[in-house]
Design a binder for this molecule. Sequence first.
Ligand code: SF4
Ligand code: SF4
Length: 353
Amino acid sequence: MAATLSKEQIVAFAQSQGLDLVGVANIERFAGAPQRMHPAEIFPECRSVIVVARRILRGNWRGIEEGTYWPTYTYFGYHGLLNSFFIPVGVYETACLLEDHGFEAVPYYPGVPETQPPDPPLRPGAVAPNVHLAIRIAGVAAGLGEIGWSKVFLTRKFGPRQRLAAILTDLELEPDPLLPPNTLCDQCMGCWEGCPSDAIPHLNDNDIVRIQIEDHVYEWGNTHMGRCTLCYHGGDPQVSPFLQKTLPGWEFDVTTQDVTEDAAYKLCWPVAHGSWRRTAEDPSGCLVEGHNQLIRWGGGEGAGSYAIEGSRGCMRSCFDHFERERMCEQEFAMGPFIQRERWLLGKRCQGES
Ligand code: SF4
Ligand code: SF4
């Protein structure tokens, strides 16, 4: 027999486990989700989706913003610890609390699928594996925030500075109110201006994604994930001093590419992981030594991801804008994040270290 457990108890417990924000969506709010992204295809008895957020420290980006230090962001603010430890521990403990009270709890790891395998269903009437939630849309459905123009998830507390995860449960909980569209994003186009790869469309391009949850229609820009991935994961000389050092004379313009997200990974990932013979010119033997070092901070071979570009526009420009306009609750004594002229390297590698 299940024991009672209130939403207030769950929220207080999750927060005591280091999760900063907690919201609840009822399963009905996923009515418009594609089948392979629907929580009930993972857990048919699911009644509520508890979506949680943990902040990304502003200071995680400081070294990249200044162009002087890369490991902190990948290690503390991305895959190294935040995605792989800080968030999952709180999610898991909260799931344990639910099961201690007799309610099944599926902790959901929001690793973003670039593709879903073209495999048939394993059982008649079921959808094919793997089912993945659109975690940012789940965050909107749970009333935690909204998706900004750049496709990044925004909250009142941190602007764009958080990562999300979820727990699916058969416990029926009162859903949190939805945030009306454009409560937070003022369509300033700071993300568009700051994006080095031209991945984020301008408002005037009218390239828009739309979803509906209950009677709210949410819209955001149709960000080009191929260009974004090329830039973020190390294919763009403009943002990688490591490429500049390793491939002097090579020129590559990410802003003119039109590859898919998956194709961009196929280019960046092996280059960052790969090795070649050791030479006097490159004694490490890594294809790109700096990228390879960052993979180790991200969790190592096969385990983690890594960030080279560090979301210059969609995160850093966006939260700087939030801070300048006093749009987010968390404020800093020193004022807005961007304190100095920003840097970008050339599209042709100069051999700089
Ligand atoms: S920078 Fe942030 S607030 Fe401005 S348009 Fe982009 S997502 Fe919206
Ligand atoms: S992560 Fe970087 S490249 Fe991708 S959309 Fe954001 S600013 Fe642009």
